[in-house]
Write a protein that binds this ligand. Structure first.
Ligand code: SF4
Length: 375
């Protein structure tokens, strides 16, 4: 699926509407501005929206937004309003533009011409149409453009048992901009209804929130997932994990081995204060939580996360968690061997149908390979 700029989305949406209008309501084409067809479909001559540089694109976007608004208003009360492409036109206008009615007291002549303002990216919802060729696709800066497929598969962590093929037990297709944690409960419900639910579920850190762990436990499932790495760790700074704490979560010693001069607990926070003269001379000062005024505070939930993060570094956790990496191989085979990376269908339902069938195909492939190897 081609990734369009916002101008590209406007132009393709208008173009799609004009082409469908000519096909299904040729009698209404006479209502069009003669220039619309040239600029949006033929894309030739003056003022057309052919491929543009980013600066040209920025200048042309308001003009395209005004055309979008004009077409939506022009065909609102005609049979063309029932066209799928008209609905898309109206949806793009609503999602990406703001219509400001001019105040007749300010400017009596402008009563019939509202101002069409293109919304700033931060003012738009994330579930926008990103390509009119398939309005169900969605975009995520990390994952790209397309559909998000969630997969659960079986595994055996016991090396002493006879190896059996790992089988995909759950497939779900959703929007790219849906957070992974929202996939957990539907996946557990789906597999448990079919009596193939897991007892132990290994997942990546996106599923590792406390809420997810609790929801899985309420369904009798142990969810083993690492906690997300903190921003401070990514920046190379010290975190609460580097401090020594007692059982009630109070700091006993800093990474340099110094004891605090005072600790205090309130209902919301735990506070700790060190000797300012020691912290000022400390070589870790800039990276430390106590940088600046030799003190910091943290919540009790942070203490619980610290305990989990430290437990994650233990061999016991690593040994239990090591099988999770197997799903990466499954995803790779699903995308490339089963050709899910380049689907030739559009729309959520069609993609969902293919995803389920291809997961089934991968299962059959694995069972066949297993039987050939063992029989
Ligand atoms: S800045 Fe203070 S609290 Fe932090 S490591 Fe150094 S001495 Fe310890």
């Amino acid at each position: 699926m081609r990734h369009l700029t916002r101008l590209g989305t406007f132009v393709e949406t208008v173009s799609k509407f004009l082409r469908e209008l000519r096909r299904k309501h040729p009698d209404l084409v006479r209502l069009l501005d003669p220039d619309d067809w040239r600029r949006y479909v033929d894309r030739t001559g003056e003022g057309c929206f052919a491929p543009a540089t980013p600066s040209q694109s920025k200048r042309r976007l308001p003009a395209a937004a005004r055309d979008l608004y004009r077409l939506v208003e022009q065909f609102r009360s005609t049979p063309a309003a029932g066209l799928e492409s008209y609905q898309l036109l109206a949806r793009v206008l609503e999602e990406q533009c703001e219509i400001v009615e001019n105040d007749p007291d300010d400017d009596p002549l402008s009563r019939s011409a509202p101002t069409v303002i293109v919304k700033a990216p931060q003012d738009m919802a994330c579930d926008n149409v990103v390509n009119p060729a398939d309005p169900d696709t969605s975009y995520n800066a990390h994952r790209g453009l397309g559909y998000l497929v969630q997969i659960m598969e079986s595994f055996s962590g016991d090396d002493t048992l006879e190896p059996k093929p790992d089988l995909i037990t759950h497939v779900a297709v959703g929007k790219m901009n849906t957070h992974d944690r929202k996939a957990l409960v539907p996946a557990l419900s789906d597999t448990q209804e079919r009596n193939v639910g897991p007892l132990l579920l290994l997942a990546d850190s996106h599923y590792g929130s406390n809420e997810c762990v609790k929801e899985a436990a309420a369904r009798g499932v142990e969810l083993l997932a690492p906690i997300m790495t903190t921003t401070r760790t990514k920046q190379g700074k010290l975190t609460l994990e580097d401090f020594e704490l007692n059982a009630s979560g109070r700091v006993l010693r800093c990474p340099q081995g110094h004891e605090p001069v005072a600790t205090r607990a309130t209902s919301a926070y735990l506070h700790v204060r060190f000797d300012e003269s020691i912290c000022t001379a400390c070589t870790m000062g800039e990276r430390c939580l106590a940088s600046g005024n030799a003190r910091f505070r943290y919540r009790r939930a942070r203490v619980r996360n610290r305990t989990k993060r430290l437990a994650q570094q233990e061999p016991h956790f690593r040994d239990r968690y090591r099988m999770r990496s197997g799903i990466e191989a499954t995803m790779s085979r699903f995308k490339h061997q089963m050709n899910m990376a380049r689907l030739r269908v559009r729309g959520m339902e069609a993609v969902r149908y293919r995803a389920v069938l291809r997961a089934l195909g991968l299962n059959i492939f694995r069972v066949t390979a297993y039987r050939q190897a063992t029989c």
